[in-house]
Design a protein around this ligand. Structure first.
Ligand code: NAD
Ligand code: AKB
Length: 341
């Protein structure tokens, strides 16, 4: 069988690192990596081609589309929530206009190749917006269609792009004389905060958990910017990558939704600190909440109801909280910082 060609935007980011490494282990897919910043050597050696460029650059996307027949697009490039809140117009340009450019490119490719193109879109728990802590606690796990009232630019961008994906798959150019349905096969996951042992996040608001862990492993003090009782869902990076691959591989007829919640574990910030202190007894973690970032995290749910993903495509995380820390995060970050010492 000929290798498939995949376009991965934002390949130099946290998920990009995990996804490119996993795909390289798995099969012979040809990966074309696109990122604003020149992807690092680890990405370069695993990809067929790496391109340093902007997803806002339509001429660049046209050139890529003229050169390759993509079977799937993993569209990871984005500005995350804290960065987006600081530069909302730029966020809209990257997160919305950039996504629109990729959707246009994918539909044009599907027409040219006369087959649907899969479009994998990592959305976020930031699409939810609980109005206050009491409602957040009372609500517990949120279902996909509840509380979609985001209060951040990033959350609004993500929710809109989920809907753009549905539009491009189901209603694209619906007034044309000849409507061509099913050109795009859009599939989105609403990820919780992700924790990777290999990379340190930047620009997100769930970053306190991975930052705490990496700081402790590196022997640095850490001031956690949320309260001890803050609780949102998290996931270990290998599970996030697996979720993307499993959703991509799922037979289309089994999917009852375009957008799925996926969850794993949901420790409070003090429970994360406890795990970190158990592994690194010298860790210097203290809590110094930033009132404004706190409001954002407080508007995100305590957990997600991912029963649709479990029923439709057998989603099941490999890592619960214990396994994530004991078998993945602690051993891998210890090794990482020992190597860097
Ligand atoms: P990241 O910030 O680590 O990576 C994003 C990458 O996109 C970066 O390498 C950046 O250089 C690139 N990028 C930014 N603007 C670009 C542009 N204009 N053109 C080309 N590339 C550009 O983020 P990540 O954690 O890898 O997240 C990937 C995706 O997953 C994002 O869409 C994010 O919203 C989503 N997501 C992440 C998390 C998480 O906790 N990490 C949770 C939910 C959803
Ligand atoms: C962020 O904090 O912005 C991301 C996310 C939860 O989408 N990590």
């Amino acid at each position: 069988m000929n290798p498939r060609t995949l376009l991965i935007t934002g390949a130099n980011g946290e998920i990009g690192h995990g996804l490119v490494s996993r795909l390289a282990e798995l099969n012979g897919d040809r990966m074309i990596a696109l990122d604003l910043h020149t992807p690092d050597p680890l990405i370069r050696e695993r990809c067929h081609r790496v391109v340093a460029g902007d997803i806002a650059d339509i001429a660049l996307l046209d050139t890529l589309a003229a050169t390759y027949d993509f079977a799937a697009v993993y569209h990871l490039a984005a500005l995350l929530s804290t960065k987006s809140e600081r530069q909302p117009r730029l966020a809209n340009r990257v997160n919305v206009d950039g996504t629109l450019n990729l959707l246009e490119m994918a539909v044009a490719q599907a027409r040219q190749q006369e087959r649907p193109i899969k479009f994998l879109y990592p959305s976020s728990i930031a699409v939810y917006g609980l109005p206050d802590l009491e409602t957040k606690r009372r609500t517990g796990k949120v279902r996909e269609d509840a509380w979609c009232e985001p209060r951040t630019m990033y959350g609004i961008n993500k929710l809109y792009c989920e809907r753009l994906g549905r539009y491009y798959e189901c209603y694209y150019r619906q007034l044309d004389a000849q409507v061509l349905p099913g050109l795009l096969d859009f599939r989105a996951l609403r990820f919780p905060g992700l924790i990777s042992a290999a990379t340190v996040p930047t620009g997100g608001t769930s970053d306190y958990a991975p930052e705490m862990l990496h700081a402790a492993a590196a022997g640095k003090r850490y001031a956690c910017f949320v309260r001890e009782d803050t609780r949102i869902p998290f996931m270990a990076m290998p599970d996030a990558v697996q979720a993307l691959l499993d959703l991509e591989a799922a037979p289309r007829e089994q999917l009852t939704r375009k957008v799925y919640n996926v969850g794993s574990f949901n420790p409070s910030a003090s429970e994360v600190a406890e795990r970190v202190r158990q592994a690194f007894p010298e860790a210097q973690v203290h809590f110094e909440p930033d009132a404004k970032r706190q409001v954002i995290v407080d508007s995100w749910p305590v957990d997600v109801d991912d029963s649709a993903a479990r029923a439709d495509w057998n989603w099941q995380p490999a890592y619960d909280l214990d396994r994530a820390f004991e078998e993945y995060l602690i051993p891998a970050v210890t090794k990482r910082y020992r190597r860097h010492a």
